[in-house]
Design a protein around this ligand. Structure first.
Ligand SMILES: NC(=O)c1ccc[n+]([C@@H]2O[C@H](COP(=O)([O-])OP(=O)(O)OC[C@H]3O[C@@H](n4cnc5c(N)ncnc54)[C@H](O)[C@@H]3O)[C@@H](O)[C@H]2O)c1
Length: 341
């Protein structure tokens, strides 16, 4: 299946103005996707009420199950489709089959995702590639087989990417889907930001509250804290000391799939219920922090039903933040240039 798409798919090379052709191509791709033999005979367009809060989780591994459980626990979805595309039946998915959850459907058919408000990507290729570039390329190849069809089935939804490396996989999803950029988001530093705010406010009990501090940039070692507005009662020095102390506490927290699942569910809640809440998520960073290449980095944004509605620009000028983001942008862009999309 993947090989077939490698031959078929220069979709992202179409100009976005050529929408009719893009839709035709996406329809064709969906048609030849596994599990969908004839898109018209299935009549998927008419079977699904379009107003329900339907969510699709793609991938039934650790993170896919964690997202499913967290979204179910929050009661956000009227219907949740877990697309388990693996050959074998992994423990988690099998157990969900046995101990079924209300409103959760497990499927291998991509068309089951039709009319989702959010499609969450948690798949990860298990290729035995040697170099980092090969590992990323095998994830890209897998996305080539999935994103165009899933984008076709949920043309008005938001694509939320959790697969790693999240900045690159979000860029790849944007290119392969031909979606408007505001509706393609990576989970980026959302969990780190929420944790940092909690640490500053509830653990360090610092005044003023940590609501104005964000973790931004590249997920992992190169992420960086930044303040949204100048805190009048704090000198720049004590602000830096406070965020450094909070970042130290954040680093030892580690990441478990269930904590990422909880933060994904919070993001989904903001989208589905049009909460207009601020999240630090991976978005197209071109034009911010003097970045002029097409790379995705985490920046604080207002998130609602159409994805990103506004990017929050910090009024605090910090050279170290700009340098870190530019350095991340340069290395991510370098790697993207070597990928075969
Ligand atoms: N687990 C976490 O805490 C966590 C946190 C943040 C990000 N992530 C990222 O999310 C992704 C998934 O992580 P995980 O822990 O769930 O991994 P996992 O190995 O448990 O699950 C990967 C899933 O991808 C599916 N898959 C593999 N190859 C496929 C293919 N060719 N077509 C369709 N599906 C395929 C597998 O069947 C499996 O369901 C990874 O990129 C990971 O880095 C995970």
């Amino acid at each position: 299946m993947i090989a077939k798409f490698q031959e078929e798919l220069p979709l992202y090379s179409l100009p976005s103005s050529d929408e009719a052709r893009q839709v035709d191509l996406l329809a064709y791709i969906a048609k030849i996707t596994e599990g969908v033999s004839d898109i018209n005979s299935k009549n998927w367009v008419n079977h699904e009420p379009k107003t329900v809060n339907k969510i699709t989780v793609v991938g039934g591994g650790e993170l896919g199950i964690a997202c499913t459980l967290a979204i179910s626990a929050k009661g956000i979805a009227d219907r949740l489709v877990l697309l388990d595309l693996s050959e074998e039946t992994k423990g988690g998915v099998m157990d969900l089959d046995i101990f079924s959850l209300p409103n959760v459907e497990i499927s291998k058919d991509l068309s089951a995702s039709a009319h989702s408000k959010v499609v969450i990507f948690t798949v990860n290729s298990l290729g035995s590639s040697q170099s980092y570039l090969d590992v990323v390329q095998s994830n890209v190849d897998m996305f080539r087989a999935l994103v165009p069809a899933l984008g076709h089935y949920s043309q008005h939804g938001v694509l939320l990417v959790a697969s790693q490396p999240v900045e690159i996989m979000t860029y790849v999803t944007w290119k392969l889907s031909a979606f408007p950029v505001n509706r393609v988001i990576g989970i980026g530093c959302n969990l780190d930001s929420q944790r940092l705010q909690y640490i500053i406010t509830n653990v360090l009990k610092a005044q003023p509250s940590g609501k104005q501090v964000w973790v931004i940039g590249e997920q992992g070692e190169d992420k960086v804290p930044t303040w949204g507005v100048q805190e009048e009662v704090m000198s720049p020095n004590s602000r830096v000391q406070l965020s450094n102390r909070a970042m130290e506490l954040l680093r030892v927290k580690g990441q478990r799939s269930w904590s990422v699942g909880l933060s994904v569910a919070d993001l989904v809640d903001s989208i589905v219920n049009n909460k207009k809440k601020i999240h630090s998520v991976s978005i197209l960073a071109k034009g911010y922090y003097d970045i002029n290449s097409e790379v995705f980095l985490s920046l604080p944004c207002i998130i609602g039903s159409s994805g990103v509605s506004e990017v929050i620009q910090s009024t605090v000028k910090e050279d170290v933040v700009t340098e870190k983001l530019q350095s991340s942008a340069s290395s991510i862009h370098g790697l993207q240039q070597q990928l075969k999309l």
